[in-house]
Design a protein around this ligand. Structure first.
Ligand SMILES: [Zn+2]
Length: 361
């Protein structure tokens, strides 16, 4: 693996210089601390192992930290700005009370919803829009509380035991569903080959999660490497996914996660054009068996970290291992939408942080 990568090192270094190091170095001169450490690590990795078409989607996403492939566009979630009071002026899209056109009456305000930690007053730093009113790119939530956030991508494997786990333990999660995975179109991701539940429940699996209060967010239609696409194609992937999710789930997504963490300025503009107020990346990924692949050299969870998992055949089993691990490290699981509300990315959560599915008005 190392030898194979080193043979590609030279062109990667040139590409890295052109795409990542120069603008990021300029950025680093302004900001130091943990942020700089992460970006420096990311840029170093970008030269060596930037995304390749030969890497399987899930494996690639899980193995490479998102900053490694986004050197041209630094995240807006760091560098942990000081908490600010919420001004109540500009309208911000709500992740909670959204029109619900779907036919499933079980999705209602009576849903118990997840029981994630909610932010305290003044706890969360503000995440600002990018210049020009463009959506921020978020890799972590700016808080000092020992809270982490769980996100699960794609949807190839649909382990029914996982829905039961979410129901029983009220685990707060955010899902980034990808149409081709959910509908089992084309060639399954290699991580799902031989699995038991490929496309098992299709969208109804995600409607079950929705009924438990889980937000279903945008992760494109076909899982392309957005670096390879122009603005129009990117917009078609992102808006197309938002449309499918709205139709199938009954709630418009409010977050976008680019496949492999690869994005550029066109992605950010396309997300805005599709009505998505934020791009959400991740800080660490979780492998089969519940093993956490940390992005930081100290190999620890940090306050506000966002963890990435994938829908795999043994997700329920792996999830239990992960939950125990997080608890042992003294972390709580946070309600991501409530924290994004406190950071002024989404409208603040209603009391209790419960997802509301309202009939179309
Ligand atoms: Zn993905």
């Amino acid at each position: 693996m190392v030898l194979a990568k080193s043979s590609r090192l030279k062109p990667r270094v040139i590409a890295g210089l052109r795409q990542g190091i120069i603008p990021v170095a300029r950025w680093l001169t302004m900001i130091w601390g943990r942020t700089a450490l992460r970006v420096a690590l990311g840029v170093a990795l970008a030269g060596i192992c930037s995304a390749s078409g030969t890497v399987p989607p899930a494996a690639s996403e899980a193995a490479l930290p998102p900053l490694a492939r986004s050197g041209t566009v630094p995240s807006d979630a760091t560098p942990y700005p000081a908490p600010t009071a919420f001004p109540s002026s500009a309208p911000i899209p709500s992740a909670y009370a959204t029109p619900y056109p779907g036919p499933t009456p079980s999705a209602s305000v009576t849903s118990p919803g997840p029981t994630g930690a909610l932010p305290g007053p003044g706890e969360v730093g503000r995440i600002r829009e990018r210049p020009g009113g463009l959506p921020p790119v978020i890799t972590a939530i700016p808080t000092k509380r020992k809270v982490v956030f769980l996100t699960i991508d794609d949807g190839w494997e649909q382990d029914p035991g996982f829905v039961e786990l979410v129901r029983e333990r009220g685990v707060p999660i955010t899902v980034f569903a990808m149409r081709d995975a959910v509908e089992a179109r084309g060639v399954p991701d290699p991580s799902a080959v031989g699995g038991h539940y490929v496309g098992a429940g299709k969208w109804s699996y995600f409607r079950e999660l929705r009924d438990l209060g889980v937000p279903i967010e945008d992760h494109t239609l076909t899982h392309p490497d957005l670096w390879q696409l122009g603005y129009k194609q990117q917009k078609a992937e992102i808006c197309g996914s938002a449309k499918v999710i709205t139709r199938e789930i009954g709630r418009r997504p409010v977050l976008f996660r680019p496949p492999f963490g690869n994005f550029d300025e066109a992605t950010i503009r396309a997300a805005k054009a599709c009505g998505l107020p934020a791009i959400l990346l991740w800080t660490a990924s979780v492998q089969p068996g519940g093993k956490i692949s940390y992005q930081t050299p100290d190999k620890k969870l940090h306050a506000g970290d966002i963890l990435l998992l994938h829908f795999r055949a043994h997700l329920a089993r792996d999830f239990r291992i992960l939950l125990d691990k997080i608890e042992r490290q003294g972390f709580e699981l946070g309600d991501l939408n409530a924290y994004l509300g406190a950071a002024r990315v989404l409208a603040p959560a209603p009391p209790g942080g419960v997802l509301l599915h309202q009939p179309l008005g």
